[in-house]
Design a protein around this ligand. Sequence first.
Ligand code: SF4
Ligand code: SF4
Ligand code: SF4
Length: 152
Amino acid sequence: MVGIMEIYQLLPKLNCKECGKPTCMAFASSLLSRESALEECPPLYESEYAGQLEQLSSLMAPVSGATETGLIIHDELCFGCGNCVVACPVNVANDPHGAAIGLAPSNDKVILVVEDGVVVARNVGECRRFGENKILCDACIVTCPSKAIEFV
Ligand code: SF4
Ligand code: SF4
Ligand code: SF4
């Protein structure tokens, strides 16, 4: 999982505010929540920071591929076992006779579904980690034997 300090350490740390944020730390936080992009820090594109830009680009690659809730599914690691599908409390609550028991989803209120041998996320706004009453649900993460699910 990418951490804010890891991002901050690679920024120019000039606190120049050119990115529109008051400090480099604030920009790091904004990058992590995907509200800002690396391109918004002009100093980072100066030659002296080329190495840092390269490292940051590679560090941020998975973050930019995350859903709006921060969910990342690493397709290359998923083998479609369905553990996460039956463990997700939203799937259980919304589709007790379908996805919750490993069957095809009977409605569109489920989050995790196996399609063509790989899990896909739908309806991610329903995730317990998201929204006003969010909680640190990790049911899908801990039940995945191949560490294919991550949140940023
Ligand atoms: S533009 Fe870059 S160097 Fe300047 S405050 Fe923002 S993140 Fe820091
Ligand atoms: S974090 Fe919880 S609610 Fe969200 S997809 Fe994973 S198991 Fe479902
Ligand atoms: S538990 Fe992991 S390997 Fe199994 S379907 Fe879910 S993401 Fe894929």
